[in-house]
Design a protein around this ligand. Structure first.
Ligand code: ATP
Length: 290
């Protein structure tokens, strides 16, 4: 449903951020984008929704060529791409409900949403979404009275209110503790499955990427150097992506989830017995391999 062909980006400063990116993302697939700082992860996500202009190549969302759009057609196409941000991008002085309803901006127009007149069906859907993300009791709270995890749940509900086909997620857990990070990744994954939504998640935590993504793409210096299943991410590949590091030297974690439940891994986790594999525990250290 999303296809990038030969996508390149050179910033006006001369920095080449992306080179010849080829990617095809089917409906419902959750893809984690990993790579060192400056590899081009944010640039790639921003090229898709045209917050950054690609300088080469084609980006198609279903049958729409995104790189050629401007004005109202670009605004229309952006409605089908929900953005979820690291810092949540909520309006602090507004309530949770108002923040979620701001996801309707692309539909109801600036003045109508500024004046806070939203269609009844949008309000009903916002209630349903807040219930689904686990915030039914926080509807009237101001956004600045919420914890980081709750703020991210509001950000997720806001992105879903625009009924996107694709989620673009930029470091959703970077400001969260390990337990909340897992809960947020699990929620994103479940919602993608429920709604057959594709997602690109830019993430630094390799262990989280492995546990909650269907597919991992590794970027290095603007090029794709790995594209495969979480179970295929070996220490050799991590070295290709991030450079030399001893990936095997962190303590072994408990096998249970934070709530005592057995962890379900959507993808086969790394096993220490694989040849050249990275023991899972080596990646489960907070922050992962950065
Ligand atoms: N607005 C900009 N102007 C010029 N160069 C930029 C701009 N934004 C990013 N770059 C450059 O493009 C390259 C890729 O940056 P990008 O932010 O996409 O990487 P990243 O993988 O998301 O990094 P991080 O994980 O630190 O967020 C870097 O060399 C960066 O310096």
């Amino acid at each position: 449903m999303l296809t990038l062909t030969g996508v390149g980006k050179r910033y006006p400063t001369g920095d080449r951020a992306l080179t010849d990116i080829q990617l095809s993302l089917p409906k419902g697939q959750v893809m984690a984008l990993i790579g060192p700082s400056g590899a081009g992860k944010s640039t790639l996500i921003r090229c898709v929704n045209r917050l950054v202009e690609p300088t080469q190549g084609s980006i198609r969302l279903e049958d729409v060529e995104l790189t050629k759009l401007s004005g109202s057609r670009l605004r229309h196409a952006r409605r089908s791409m929900g953005m979820i941000f690291q810092e949540y991008a909520l309006v602090d002085r507004l309530s949770v409900m108002e923040n979620v309803l701001s996801g309707q901006l692309g539909y109801v127009g600036f003045w109508r949403s500024f004046l806070r007149r939203y269609p009844q069906e949008a309000v009903a859907e916002a209630f349903r979404l807040l219930e689904r993300v686990g915030l039914p009791h926080a509807i009237d709270k101001r956004a600045d009275a919420l914890s980081g995890g709750q703020r991210q749940r509001v950000g997720i509900a806001r992105a879903l209110l625009q009924s996107p086909k694709l989620l673009l997620v930029d470091e959703p857990t970077a400001s969260l503790d390990p337990k909340t990070s897992r809960q947020i990744m699990r929620l994103i994954r479940e919602l993608c499955a429920e709604r057959e939504l594709a997602a690109i998640i830019n993430i630094h935590d390799v262990a989280l990427a492995q546990q909650f993504a269907d597919r991992i793409v590794g970027l290095r210096a603007g090029e794709i150097v790995f594209d495969g299943k979480p179970s295929e991410l070996t220490s050799d590949i991590l070295t290709t992506i991030y450079g030399e590091e001893d990936w095997d030297t962190t303590p072994e974690p408990a096998d249970d989830d934070e709530d005592g439940e057995q962890v379900t891994h959507p993808a086969e986790p790394l096993r220490a017995t694989q040849s050249h594999s990275v023991p899972r525990q080596s990646l489960l250290a907070s922050g992962g391999a950065q």
